[in-house]
Design a protein around this ligand. Sequence first.
Ligand code: FAD
Ligand code: NAP
Ligand code: FMN
Length: 1112
Amino acid sequence: KNSEKDHCAPKKCNGSLMQPSNMVCDPRDGKPSVESVRKLAKDFIDQYFASMKRRNDSEAHGARLDEVMNSIDSTGTYELTKNELIFGAKTAWRNAPRCIGRIQWNKLHVFDCRKVTSTYEMFEAICSHLKYATNKGNIRSCITFFPPRNDVKTEFRVWNSQLIRYACYRQEDGSLVGDPANLELTELCERLGWKGKGGRFDLLPLLLQANGEDPELYELPSNLVLEVKLRHPDAGQEWLEKMNLKWYAVPAVSNIMLNIGGVEFPGVPFNGWFMGTEIGRDLLDTARYNLILPVAEAMGLNTKKTASLWKDKAILELNIAVLHSFQDDNVTIMDHHVATESFMKHFSNEMKLRGGCPGDWVWLVPPVSGSATPIFHQEILNYTLNPACLYQPDPWHYYKWKDSVMKKRKNKLHFKELARSVLMTSRMMTKAMANRIKATILYASETGKSYAYSKSLQEIFNHAFDAKVVPMDQYDICNLEYEALVLIVTSTFGNGDPPENGEYLAQALQKIVRDSKEDQYVHHTNILIFITNNSVKVSTKQNSFSNDIQSSTQGVLANVKFAVFGLGSRAYPHFCAFAHAMDTFLGELEGERLMEIGEGDELCGQEESFRRWAQEVFTSACDTFCLREQVNLEDANASLSTSKFERTDFRVVVHDKQVQPNVIKTLGTMHRKKLSSCRLIRRKNLQSEESGRSTILIQLETKNCENLNFCPGDHLGIYPRNDPDLVKELLSKIRDATDENTVVVLEAKREKRSIIGNLKYWEEDTRLPPCTLNMAFSRYLDITTPPTPQLLKLFSECDVNQEESKRLEVLSQGQSEYEDWKFLNNPNLIEVLNQFPSIQLEAALLLKQLPLLQARYYSISSSPEIFPGEIHCTVSVVTYHTRGGTGPLHHGVCSSYLNSITDDEEVACFVRTAPTFHLPLKDNIPCILVGPGTGIAPFRSFWQQRLAEIRKGVNSIHLVAHNGCTMALLFGCRNPNHDHLYKQEVAAAMKEGAISHAYTAFSREKGKPKRYVQNVIMSEIPDFVYDIVHEKKGHFYVCGDVTMATEVNKTLLKILCIKGEMTKEKAQEFINSMKTEERYHEDIFGVTLRTYEVNRSVRLKGKEKSESLSHK
Ligand SMILES: Cc1cc2nc3c(=O)[nH]c(=O)nc-3n(C[C@H](O)[C@H](O)[C@H](O)COP(=O)(O)OP(=O)(O)OC[C@H]3O[C@@H](n4cnc5c(N)ncnc54)[C@H](O)[C@@H]3O)c2cc1C
Ligand SMILES: NC(=O)c1ccc[n+]([C@@H]2O[C@H](COP(=O)([O-])OP(=O)(O)OC[C@H]3O[C@@H](n4cnc5c(N)ncnc54)[C@H](OP(=O)(O)O)[C@@H]3O)[C@@H](O)[C@H]2O)c1
Ligand SMILES: Cc1cc2nc3c(=O)[nH]c(=O)nc-3n(C[C@H](O)[C@H](O)[C@H](O)COP(=O)(O)O)c2cc1C
């Protein structure tokens, strides 16, 4: 028993004591005082919040401290959150003075098994632990937490000192066979009914104690124990093989206690990997296998004279053999030189990061060639920090057996050989692991596809993991480092930007990367530039996890496995850029990339690419977490192509209250947005009658609603209504459609357990509010986007005739037939139902499966200073014939809606700020605005803003002339007589001095060559443009179609090369620097100009590429 006298004092050093009192926690000393627990808890919670940089300044920190202190005052202890537990475990390792392998402290996998209640559950958890840790020899550090100590009487403990240990048998002559370190435990197991085989390397059973009850024995499944047979690498050294020595691969210490912030965990098996000398000592030390003499004799050494150093020679050769055998079998092991060097690296990291690193020199210096290692020459201070790893007495020294039970055990061989068969262990493991390993699927999406893909991914991952789907903007970044598996599914918007709900996570991750790489990091104020600069594919090899035992794992995500899938379109120059940026961020933070990023091009096989990626990443995750053998991959993969919709599990019923909730409120809740209602003041067609097309100016009244405050450059999001004729036609095709005034709800069948058996009941499905079918299809659901392969699959199950069923089956595979069909026809739901008239459609299927109708964005075309209480939009009314002009006429949902609304309708809208597309803060900075067609929309708000300033006198005409306040507008349209939008307004703004220059490019003027804005820039005003962007450090704005924006960008590049005499690379660098300085702005509407042609040519290229790849 240790006592105070074991501490070092001014005149004595206890540095070589095995268990000095400050490293021991003995339950016989009684419970720690409330005061001491409070102190440790406060310190720990402070450390935890400091680690997230949320100390002191966060409400969460204060609230958590209050909660913990209250709990300690009333119960004497508190419960650690899962993240605190992980942080505590890693820090305890980091603080362990005797551990040489601490450089890996951040790479510790935590199994949280604090909810186990029985020894059997403990046994299951230990099996999972061993399988995960062993990893076919590529050993991974992990720790399993059993419930903390409340009272010694309810303790959970592993009585073995390590999970894998060899037994020791005392012979009649008093000699020992096996590992003497385990003699006591072997004898105890035998008393409890275990019968060993009497060999030198018999695996001891596990002796597990739950809830303070008598411990129970469990045979360790041998298939979970990896062992290495020892042999010597050199020829002529066969003596070792003949000795038949072996050792186990995973050193999993199970008798150490962890104290994390005053919470004591007596049962916490944990493992790293061996340093070779440890096995050498296990076999050679006199108190262990004591093989030094037999080895020396087998080697033929002269053992008579100590000065022959025969012992040293034997030790050295055995150590060489241990290292060789492990390495030869691909089992992780460290030699003491690597170990000490990595420790020195860790030591120096810690001195920099924490100003110290506790270390026990006596333990750290290796038992072989100490002075040849750097630690020998390093002064190290030894002290204890909390969280801490502590010794505790072996339980049989203080445990009070429940007498009668013990007697019974002695007489009756009550022995649990539960897990002998591989099959049984497998089943058990699936259950145990699936319960424990969480997979977090983070998505960011503008139009809902990434969300739908995330849900499919969840389906497949739930076959082996506990998967949940979280939108990026609702994810607390502080949890990231504690995740086991993170899957990211995201699209890209703008021109390489994140979807709106991905921006926050992108910023947060960028900040972490920046903080962690202070010295090497090029600072970008603009995340978007960072993204486009990082949109390069990184291969798994380049940045994959390697169990590099020497490397430092300072990376925040050292313990997190991840994979990323990007949705995008190759019609955009920065294809899947945001997904690439996320992949780069996670890699830079040292996350372990499970697979190369997956990319899904919406113009070519997006669905198919996703499925392939999802299956591969699932298989890879199963391999990584050792779940492959237990999972039926075929079943799991099948879940990707089958949609989870059982007709009998859903029904549409008449709602008891025949009122519909307010549409705007409902849309707001549905889309998690603060929506406001606007009314139409005026609508005007900006094109002439002869044009045959419409671009409308919409003036909406905002009534100065606060939520609708905006700056010029911002966007207005509008939730449209579907075309009433289409809705009517759809309703006529639904078999069980209710009449147009009946309010209905969708209900889903649920099941719950009760004392009288399983109860089935119907529950309202809350995705949609109670509403009429007409309302559902008009305002809430998307009925014009072509149905997904999954939906077609469900249609094929709606009593369809054979012929149609066959075709639907083919399409629902989501492969090239589907892609071609979708691209050519762009079919809306009604057209699909017309193509397959035998589909017997029910309302429930559509209410459950159709995607939600999404908002459309419009660049605001007015200044609040000129039109207070109003928002204007310039909207091109979308109409086109499918099949490249030969198919049926389609009308764009929102633009047609805006072209038809009356002034008594409420328009559901919200403002989306576009800070990267605002005017420069100073008025005298010159600007060039390029916006052909509807691309002129935001620039109207710009010139109105300048007009307002001029009118206020802030910027008089006089000043404009003399300060060179250039605002040059470049507009392009087809014909000056048809679609020259805002011609008069521009002329008036020029007169007042708001616009300094206006240039136009006409593309379809009779008898004249085609001219685009980029042609005007290149041929008419290259010097002007060069002067503004290069000499005057002005701003350059481009708005509208992505192809146009790309061509304008290339034109600017050319001008810089010619006028600035720059190389292409230098010119590109210059444009990048303009982006970094936020002088180059883009507002991209999508592929709007020549949609069919552009998409067709990109698709053809994509197809050619994938065909040539499949030929290779
Ligand atoms: C940031 C931003 C700002 C925007 N600002 C404006 C603006 O100021 N003014 C404006 O008018 N628009 C603007 N848009 C575009 C706008 O958001 C809508 O996309 C547009 O109005 C079409 O919506 P819709 O509902 O009418 O058409 P939808 O029903 O969404 O139909 C459009 C779809 O039809 C298909 N399609 C279109 N033309 C063809 C064709 N020729 N051949 C085959 N398929 C075709 C394409 O799949 C296209 O995506 C902006 C977009 C963004 C992202
Ligand atoms: N999301 C959507 O699908 C969406 C959104 C908005 C608008 N639209 C559709 O897109 C069209 C846009 O109408 P709009 O008024 O904005 O523009 P527009 O009138 O079609 O075109 C404006 C000008 O840009 C030219 N142009 C075409 N390709 C160009 C390129 N690569 N670079 C530079 N200039 C180019 C056009 O020339 P030419 O055509 O003569 O070659 C025309 O002179 C409408 O048909 C509308 O239905 C679709
Ligand atoms: C306005 C707009 C801009 C886009 N910009 C890009 C882009 O820069 N890069 C890209 O790969 N895809 C781009 N896309 C394509 C989308 O990423 C693609 O449609 C994706 O499938 C949408 O997925 P979501 O529904 O999850 O948002 C853009 C699409 C639109 C409408």
